[in-house]
Ligand binder design. Structure first.
Ligand code: ADP
Length: 486
């Protein structure tokens, strides 16, 4: 890895605990990070536990007060510097990301710039944490509303966007005047460490950002939820783990930001621009090899265009190039783990056993390892696993539907409510359907909705809170009401 970087110091192999880079854990244990494309060792890191997490929390607690006392403009200056450093080092950061996670290098670079955009945005927002004044309820009363940082924030993030999922939490927390203790996924910790290296370089004070490295996520998660110096937990990951963390945080009424699983419907109506819908399905379904929480999971196509859509989509998918993320022209890397690969296989075999047809792909890729062929399934019905569970892989199951009413019902028939998408040119239908979909986000005639300027987040069991936009910083602020008698 080091030999591929212009700046080898970005490949940190230590944790950042209480302002110090720590090479050895209390227990002396280590863990390996491997490249999912080749299985090669990328780094060996200290494997930490509750004690190290507690030390980070203590340091964050002490540092936070001074950080909060700075002006928004001072905090903004650090984030602006960090944004510049992220952009300057985007090529190296992308190499680190592809090495640990496997996604194509171009997508990795896109993720770095996307993550950086949150740092830029929330740096700007740091200066705009406006309070309010409210006309008094009695003649002698003046009512003033302050917004103050919540304090120490703990963050737990997944492997699918090792940089951006953390940057989306780190940036608003730090902008608001909070301090953060973070635990990245053990599969992909190096991108988090690289962010910490650059944050330090940008002038972020010691203790404001900590990175605990651990394969024992449940111990660290317990410290994060049971230590009463932590005031908020922000988590991106599975709904199951989100529920565990919510239960654990209940004892201290912990504030929670949860970005959990999705089961996104992608609806193509008869009146859609079919080429645009195919384009949208390609990015929404196959980006990151289908491993995003907003990936189209169920594609509903109206009967008048079903066959044409299936054909056009299959043609596009057939042109995808599977391979190592560093190979030129590759747009599908490996899946992250053997377990992920097996889940994809299980969903396909379940669908086929119940009558679905494989229009394209359906098998492990010839190159072996964790590579899987981009797949299109037709004749999919609601009794199949793909209808209910998130596949998290490169499989597009095509359901056929007849009426708007039917498809709304099927689309909403899930405990999830993160992203949804539909294609239509009929303006009144667009508003009807957008308002009827029980989702936090609706892409209309587009398959790509993520941006730092809009509020990302879900309803139902997809979570709570929003990341990005003017709403995003509110998750890291408390409202304080001053009642002044004059
Ligand atoms: P994924 O399927 O994306 O790996 P998980 O929810 O299992 O989703 O993992 C997301 C993050 O949550 C990872 O950083 C993982 O280490 C962490 N995690 C998993 N189980 C727990 C737990 N019991 N407590 C705290 N964190 C956990």
């Amino acid at each position: 890895l080091i030999s591929m970087l212009k700046d080898p110091s970005l490949a940190a192999d230590k944790a950042l605990i209480a302002g110090k880079w720590v090479a050895v854990s209390d227990s002396g244990k280590t863990f390996d990070v491997t490249n999912p494309s080749t299985g090669e060792l990328v780094a060996t890191l200290p494997d930490m536990g509750r004690e190290e997490a507690a030390r980070c929390i203590e340091a964050a607690y002490r540092a936070q007060k001074l950080w909060a006392a700075k002006t928004g403009k001072e905090r903004a200056a650090v984030l602006r510097k960090l944004f510049d450093l992220l952009v300057e080092n985007a090529d190296d950061l992308a190499v680190i990301l592809t090495m640990e996670m496997g996604k194509p290098l171009a997508e990795a670079k896109g993720e770095i710039l996307y993550g950086a955009s949150y740092v830029e945005w929330f740096g700007e927002e740091a200066k705009r944490v406006y309070g309010d004044t409210i006309p008094g309820h009695q003649q002698d009363k003046r009512i003033i509303i302050l917004k103050q940082p919540v304090g120490v924030v703990a963050s737990i993030t997944p492997w699918n966007f090792p940089n951006a999922m953390l940057a989306r939490k780190f940036a608003p927390a730090v902008a608001a005047g909070c301090a953060m203790v973070s635990k990245p996924a053990a599969e992909t910790p190096l991108s988090a460490l690289a962010l910490a290296v650059l944050a330090e370089r940008a002038g972020l004070p010691a203790g404001i950002f900590n990175v605990v490295l651990s394969t024992d996520s449940s111990s660290v998660g317990k410290e994060f939820t049971e230590n009463d110096k932590v005031r908020k937990l922000t988590f991106t990951g599975s709904t199951n783990v989100g529920k565990i963390l919510m239960r654990q945080g209940a004892d201290q009424i912990m504030k929670l930001g949860l970005e959990l699983g999705g089961n996104a419907p992608f609806i193509v109506f008869d009146d859609a621009d079919l080429d645009a819908a195919v384009e949208g399905a390609m990015v929404s379904k196959y980006r990151n090899n289908g491993q995003t929480c907003v990936c189209a999971n169920r594609l509903y196509v109206q009967s008048g265009v079903y066959d044409a859509f299936a054909k056009k989509l299959s043609e596009k998918v057939a042109a995808m190039k599977v391979g190592d993320g560093f190979e030129a022209g590759v747009n599908a890397g490996p899946l992250i783990t053997q377990k992920a690969l097996e889940k994809v296989e299980e969903h396909i075999s379940d669908a086929v056993s119940k009558g679905a047809e494989v229009a394209l792909g359906g098998n492990r890729d010839a190159r072996g390892g964790l590579f899987f062929q981009p797949t299109v399934l037709t004749g999919v019905t609601t009794d199949m696993k793909v209808a209910r569970e998130e596949t998290f892989g490169p499989v597009a199951p095509l359901f056929e539907f007849e009426t708007e009413e039917d498809v709304i019902e099927m689309a909403n028939n899930t405990e999830f409510g993160l992203a949804s998408y539909f294609y239509s040119k009929d303006m009144s239908k667009i508003f009807r359907v957008a308002e009827a979909l029980e989702y936090g986000m609706v892409g209309i005639n587009t398959g790509l909705i993520s941006t730092e300027v809009a509020p990302f987040g879900g309803i139902k069991q997809s979570g709570q809170g929003r990341e990005g936009s003017k709403y995003g910083i509110e998750d890291y602020l408390e409202i304080k009401y001053l009642c002044l008698s004059i």
